[in-house]
Design a binder for this molecule. Sequence first.
Ligand SMILES: O=C(O)CCC(=O)C(=O)O
Ligand SMILES: [Fe+2]
Length: 347
Amino acid sequence: MSSELKELRASNDALPDAAELQRRLAAEGYLFFKRLVAPEKLWRLRQEMMSVIQDVGWLIAGSDPMQGIADINMRYTEGDNEYSAGYAEVYKIENFHRSAHWREYLEVVEKMTGSAIMPHPQKVARIWFPKYTEHTTPTHQDFVHFQGSFDNITCWAPIGDCPVALGGLAVIPGSHKVQRVLDHHFSLGAGGLIVDETAHEDIDPVWHTADYEAGDALFFPALTIHRALPNYTDDRLRLSLDNRYMLEGDRIAKHMLQPHGPSQLTWEEIYPHWQREELKYYWRERDITVVERDMSFSEKGFAEALALARGGDEDALYMLKRAVKNGKDGLNLAAAVTLLNELGVEA
Ligand SMILES: O=C(O)CCC(=O)C(=O)O
Ligand SMILES: [Fe+2]
């Protein structure tokens, strides 16, 4: 582990003690557990997901899918239609969705929040290509993306082992104590929004991470500052889960009732691929308050990208070209098209 990255503290010792988990979560803004889930469960999920990823052509043909050896001629990320095409196949896998409902995750989130909880309907998998580091998920707070409530808990878990070089998650302990959504700015990285963790006097920007192993899980509330580390391996895909849990009766933003955007799927397209019924539309029976999505965070990032691109910023130009090429909705694409034309840049 590099000198500027410190080790996450594992809280397995406090697992039987809900009050202690709550105390640590309040103090540190995260809880990390080694082997919270039996590794075999993750290995089975990995086999299923990586086999599909191989079928869509992202792994070297004929290689062992468990090794996750990427064909690095294909490097795609969220926002690319090619990524959506492959991700959609993975997103149909029933066991991937079920994994967010595993008893081990539900029980520990109940303990750390002291509340009845519900997994958000929108589940998220990340399939991260090697040597594509400029697209790495930048420093952010989850609230700008997932919204609803500051009390949401994110669970990040590798599907397999994830040593630092493969690009796992890093957090700044105590950063949730800012108790507010910080100013986020345009970034080329996944999610498109970045916060400058060094620009706030009340944040001590010391990063913590782990050489994650299958079964490990990291939990944090919606204001904790975190980022992914770059995938510096030569040829390995990073495969991970990040799912969110809400308190029963709490608020949820409307988009979190839908499949994850990059899949470009509806539940009606996903459910025919499932064997079992009980997780289909499970949230309709639950006590939740649905609120509108606040588009101001992404709109501000997009406006910044337009201004930056006008000044010749390469990252901003790249993002605008990608948005136009892929016809990404919800953004002011007309403004991007006009600007690219003005600058004489092909999308
Ligand atoms: O895995 C990633 O690259 C991003 C994950 C993340 O930001 C999260 O779990 O909230
Ligand atoms: Fe995040």
